[in-house]
Write a protein that binds this ligand. Structure first.
Ligand code: ATP
Ligand code: MG
Length: 454
């Protein structure tokens, strides 16, 4: 049976799109909806990210909508039209040279035909257009056929297309992960041949595609395609080293496949990016910490090594400091081993170690990790810890030095000298208060601090 994608010849357009198209037509120009929005329409996937293409030059578009155009990427032919309180990106038909960022070519030649504009796009399924006047679908590269076959196929000669922009190889994996498609054999062979040219692409562009892959519904599919094509060697070589690292015990999978399973679990639960990154990288320290035992091997300290490795990986990917710090913390802390014998002090120390704001993400990581091992794990301990944390947080206890009833000035006023001793004293007071919150008043802490000096 044919899928609906292949038989559809028209795209249903909303009123605003039609009205916009009419304005272009009245000025003697054509306006087409292009790329992702048409592809997703045919697949029945919601996509409000409309990109338009036109034969009008940027200054001609600006003349059509005086006061309502923002010249967002004029050198690439892109302007943003404000129309009926919405923003629409309109790009003049173009053919071009290489890309240094993911959207804009380095040099642009404006052309008057839609056909040439579609030819310079990456994949057949991304080279579909819909006429905004009547919704007619224009498909010069059998994009609908490939949607039906569930294939990502480069337009024209894949080697040439990837030579123009190596990032397209990563985009192929990203779209395969998003749509649950395969990559066409010829296109994939070219990726294998050219995977090492990915090193020419900036870290920022690679990071953005990697993140979008992780945020898709089938992230492991994208990562596995990156690995089998050779691309992953140039993005996350540390993860490639986890292949065939056997674990034994309750693990039936090697470290790499377990990491992919944890990533898919985090996608199944719709967890945020930081948790997905942590799920993919949580055991990255295992290959270098592996010690062969009698009946199984151990990986002592892999979370510490892993946390440091994640820090390096995310610096390399030019991730934000906040993202990098959160993901390394999650990896470093993922091995906590709760038992009901933990005292309330131990729970408070745990909250202090992880940080109140990071607890949710750490629990999500543990759930993804546990589901990836056994499918239906017993998580009674985790739920009990969560309840105890809730009760403890309800009483707003002191959890950091800032929450203490005294600060450095109070201690100096009481006679403690400034310098490293002061910091050590405050840490010791926090330890005492984590064990016994009733100590957190000014007099008691001052007396305790003075006692510590003698
Ligand atoms: P998404 O819904 O994930 O944004 P999209 O198809 O809209 O998917 P974009 O990255 O927004 O993807 O790009 C919009 C369109 O521009 C693509 O559909 C494709 O036609 C074209 N395009 C983007 N990047 C490239 C590239 N590096 N090489 C060739 N064409 C590209
Ligand atoms: Mg888009």
């Amino acid at each position: 049976m044919l899928s609906s994608a292949v038989v559809k010849t028209k795209c249903t357009l909303d009123g605003n799109t039609k009205a916009l198209g009419r304005i272009f037509a009245d000025h003697g120009y054509r306006l087409y909806l292009v790329g992702g929005a048409v592809r997703d329409y045919l697949m029945g996937i919601p996509n409000d990210d409309y990109d338009f293409a036109t034969d009008a030059r940027p200054h001609e578009v600006m003349a059509m909508f005086p006061h309502h155009v923002i010249p967002t990427g004029l050198q690439h032919g892109t302007v943003t039209v404000r129309f009926r309180r919405q923003s629409y990106e309109v790009t003049t038909f173009r053919s071009e040279g290489g890309y240094s960022d993911s959207r804009h070519p380095d040099s642009v030649t404006f052309v008057r035909s839609l056909e040439s504009d579609l030819e310079r796009r990456d994949f057949t399924i991304n080279a579909l257009a819909a006429d905004t006047l009547d919704g007619t679908i224009i498909d010069h590269h059998d994009g609908r056929g490939d949607l039906h076959r569930r294939l990502i196929r480069a337009i024209g000669d894949p080697d040439e297309r990837f030579a123009e922009d190596a990032l397209r190889m990563l985009r192929a994996c990203r779209f395969a992960a998003r749509l649950d498609f395969d990559i066409d054999r010829r296109t994939f062979e070219a990726m294998k041949r050219l995977s090492s040219t990915l090193t020419r692409v900036s870290a920022e562009r690679i990071r953005d595609e990697l993140y979008k892959t992780l945020m898709s519904d089938h992230p492991s599919r994208g990562i596995e395609l990156m690995r089998t094509s050779g691309l992953l060697d140039h993005i996350l070589p540390e993860l490639v080293r986890c292949v065939a690292i056997a674990q034994g015990g309750m693990h039936s999978m090697d470290v790499y496949h377990h990491s992919l399973a944890a990533l898919d679990e985090s996608a199944r639960h719709a967890y945020p990016l930081a948790v997905r990154l942590a799920a993919l990288l949580h055991d990255i320290g295992k290959p270098s910490c592996r010690v062969e035992g009698e009946d199984r091997c151990t990986f002592h300290g892999h979370e510490i090594t892993g946390g440091e490795m994640v820090d390096g990986i995310m610096r390399r990917l030019k991730s934000s400091n906040e993202e990098r710090q959160l993901v390394s913390l999650l990896v470093r802390q993922h091995m906590f081993n709760y038992t009901p014998s933990w005292s309330d002090g131990a729970v408070r120390r745990f909250i202090n170690r992880v940080g109140k704001d990071n607890l949710e993400a750490l629990f999500q990581l543990r759930i993804a990790d546990a589901c990836a091992i056994s499918g239906t794990p017993s998580m009674d301990g985790l739920w009990e810890l969560e309840e105890r944390i809730g009760t403890i947080l309800d009483s707003s206890p002191a959890l950091t030095v800032k929450d203490l009833a005294v600060d450095g000035h109070d201690l100096m006023a009481a006679g403690i000298k400034p310098g490293p001793v002061l910091g050590r004293t405050l840490s010791a007071l926090l330890e005492a208060v984590l064990d016994d919150p009733s100590l957190n008043d000014k007099d008691t802490l001052t007396a305790l601090a003075l006692g510590l000096q003698s």
